[in-house]
Design a protein around this ligand. Sequence first.
Ligand code: AMP
Ligand code: FE
Ligand code: FE
Ligand code: ZN
Length: 299
Amino acid sequence: MRSTSLPWVRIDLHTHSSVSDGTDAPGDVVRAAHAAGLDVVGLTDHDTAGGWPEAVAVALDLGIGLVRGVEISTKHGGRSVHLLAYLPDPGHPGLAEALDSILDGRNARVPGICSRLRDLGIDITAEDVHRAAGPTAAAGRPHVADALVAMGACASRSEAFSRWLNPGRPAYVTRHAVPLEEMLGLVADAGGASVLAHPWGRGGAEVIDLAGFAALRDLGLGGIEVDHEDHDPAARARLRGIADELGLVVTGSSDYHGTGKTDHGLGCNLTEPEEYERLLEVAARSARAAGREVPAVIG
Ligand code: AMP
Ligand code: FE
Ligand code: FE
Ligand code: ZN
C-alpha cells in the first residue's frame, strides 16, 4: 500500500460514478482523480458496489490508491441520512440484502415522481427517466432531473431540484431506506468503517448533536465527514470539535458527481493522511471483530 505518512498526500474519499448519479464511468472517475493529482480516491456510489471492479482495474493500472466504498441511504429521526461505508464486503448477506432493498425502493419511486410531474402538466414517463439514466443501478432524482433537462423543461439538475424534486416541492416522493442504527451494525459486521456523510448539509444543521453522535459512535460509527461543500466554516469547526471530543475520524471529500453537481470538483476537500490511517484502522478492527480478512486498499 502507498505510504500516507507524507503531509502532501492528497486524499478524497467521496465520489460518484455513472453506476449511481455521477456522470463519469467508474474507470473515468479514477482517471480524473489521477489527473487531478490525487493519491487516494474513494469511490462511493449510492447504494451499490457495482462500480468497484472497473475502478479497481484502472487504479491498478495507474498506480493510484482506491478505497472501495458505498454511500448508503439510511433514515434516522424521520430524516434521510447518508452513511459512507468504507471497505465493507458487499457480499455479506445482510448488507447485500439491505442494499438490494434500497435499490428496489429507488426503482419503485420513479413512476411515482413522474406521476406527480404529470399532474403538474409535464409529460414525462418512467421510461424517459431510465433512458436519461443509462445503465445506473441506483435510479434517483438526479436522473429525473436529467430527463427534465433533456425534454427542455428546465436548464439544470439544480433547477429541477429547487422547482420540483427537493423535499417540500411538489414532485418529492420518499423512498425506502434502512434505519441508520441497523446499517451501522451491518457495515461493521461486513468488515467496513462507517462515516456519516455531510451530516449538517442541506438544511440539516445540528439535527444530530454531540449526544446524537455519541450514541451513533456507540453503535459503531467511526467518523464524520466534516469538510464537505455543504458545510460552512462554522459547521466545520463545530463538527471537528465534536469528532475530537468523541474520538471520531474526520474526513474531507469532494462528493464529486462529474458534471452532475457544480462546485464539487475532485480534491476540493481533502482528508488528512493521519485521519485516513485511522479510518483504515477502524475497518481493520471491524473485520477482525467479525472474523473476516482485513480489507485492503487498492494501489
Ligand atoms: P436521491 O438519491 O434520488 O434521493 O437523490 C439525491 C441525490 O441528488 C443526492 O445524492 C445528490 O447527489 C443529488 N442532488 C441533491 N440536490 C441536488 C442539486 N440541487 N443539484 C444536483 N444534484 C442534487
Ligand atoms: Fe448523489
Ligand atoms: Fe450524500
Ligand atoms: Zn455523495
